[in-house]
Design a protein around this ligand. Structure first.
Ligand code: PLP
Length: 387
């Protein structure tokens, strides 16, 4: 019997290329069109229309949202103007008196939302190391609404067992949210492991070329869907049509890129582990990673992110700035290899005591390994760090 190929049963490589509708049905364009419009003629006075105003819905964004939802295995997807806009829409569904348990090693902007913004509206946060499930259980209160994690974390690559935390969340009635920016659905599908919501900075691997900002929220939970749909439309941080198209275009090569990022990262992590200037290497694909067994259970790959410490902090400037190809820049997940200094860049807003306690010191560097030839990446690193 011939298999009927639908977006719901396409394999990931095909789904990434073809997306939800794949092509345009109006002019049969192979590339999905950019509907660069703010509004739509109302042809159904008094009745329902699919598109009325582009903050509410836009066909290009719709195609992207449905594609990302399919990739993550969720019912609903929302595209936002950035990852932090997605997080803001989610947290703003909470009310004064609600409580959130959040990971102790989250993205700097996420940390600022939890420390500076939402507490002013009466939402309380407890900061916990999610690699210890006992600590998560102990932090839950009767008013806990969300458990919020990144796994692997940024930049320390700590891992939480998604199934174990999902069980804790179910028992307590809290929703479990996983920021899946680092692994992408190519290597990790949190909804299939029991999470309720997936968040992405689409600026990173999904867009993939360091040329667009975007954010995503994916869920199959009706309550979360209704709250976020209302808030996104009301707060207004939906992704613009052109940026939606850029991310759709990026996603076509997502599975290919992730495999190459990973292949390169494995080679670079092994090289760094032997490099004399380097002290510790944090990469979830190394046998020395304390949670490698959990990663092997819940992921189908290791991703492209590596952090490492230098033995001698006095060479930090040289170890960040003096490459021929690798660029010293914030962000990650694009085709170019970038090196970042979490202390003064991505994690500058985290207080020193907290940074020290999780290991974000003056010796810690983070590499987003790109898709160049791995021999060139390693040669560039060797030219600065020595063998
Ligand atoms: C970059 C990043 C964010 C924030 O996303 P923006 O698109 O920059 O707003 C959130 N989580 C992680 C893991 C990130 O790397």
């Amino acid at each position: 019997m011939t298999k009927k190929l639908t977006p719901a049963n396409l394999r990931p490589d095909s789904l990434a290329v073809h997306g939800n509708m794949g092509h345009d049905t109006h002019a049969n364009a192979v590339s999905f069109p950019i509907y660069q419009t703010s509004t739509y003629i109302n042809k159904n006075f008094g009745g329902d229309i699919d598109f009325s105003y582009s903050r509410c819905a836009n066909p290009t964004r719709d195609e992207l949202e449905k594609t990302v939802a399919l990739l993550e295995g969720g019912k609903y997807g929302f595209a936002f103007s950035s990852g932090l806009a997605a997080e803001t829409a989610l947290f703003s569904t909470l009310s004064a008196g609600d409580h959130v348990v959040i990971g102790d090693d989250v993205y700097g902007g996420t940390y600022r939302l939890s420390r500076d913004v939402f507490p002013r509206y009466g939402v309380k946060f407890s900061v916990v190391d999610f690699s210890c499930p006992e600590k998560v259980e102990a932090a839950i209160k009767p008013n806990t609404k969300f458990l919020y994690v990144e796994t692997p974390t940024n930049p320390m690559m700590k891992v939480c067992d998604i199934r174990v935390i999902a069980d804790i969340a179910k028992k307590s009635g809290a929703k479990f949210i996983v920021d899946n920016t680092f692994m992408t659905p190519v290597f990790q599908k949190p909804l299939s492991l029991g999470a309720d919501v997936v968040i992405h900075s689409g600026t990173k691997y999904l867009a993939g070329h360091n040329d667009t900002m975007a954010g995503f929220l994916i869920t199959s939970d009706e309550e979360v869907y209704n709250g976020v749909a209302y808030n996104r439309n009301t707060e207004g941080a939906a992704l613009a049509p052109f940026d939606s198209w850029l991310v759709l275009r990026g996603i076509k090569t997502l599975t290919l890129r992730m495999k190459k990022h990973e292949e390169n990262a494995i080679a670079v992590a092994q090289w760094l582990s032997k490099c004399k200037a380097v002290d510790e290497v944090f990469f979830v694909g190394l046998d020395s990673h304390p949670a490698k067994a959990i990663v092997d259970k819940q992921c189908t790959g290791y991703g492209g992110m590596i952090s490492f410490t230098l033995k001698d902090p006095s060479i930090v400037r040289h170890a960040l700035c003096d490459y021929q190809m690798i660029m010293f820049a914030e962000s990650l997940g694009g085709v170019q290899t970038l090196i970042t200094y979490p202390l003064t860049q991505t994690h500058a807003s985290i207080p020193k005591e907290v940074r020290d306690s999780i290991g974000i010191t003056d010796k810690l560097l983070r590499l987003s390994v790109g898709i160049e030839d791995k021999e060139d990446i390693i040669a560039d690193l060797a030219s600065v760090l020595g063998e």
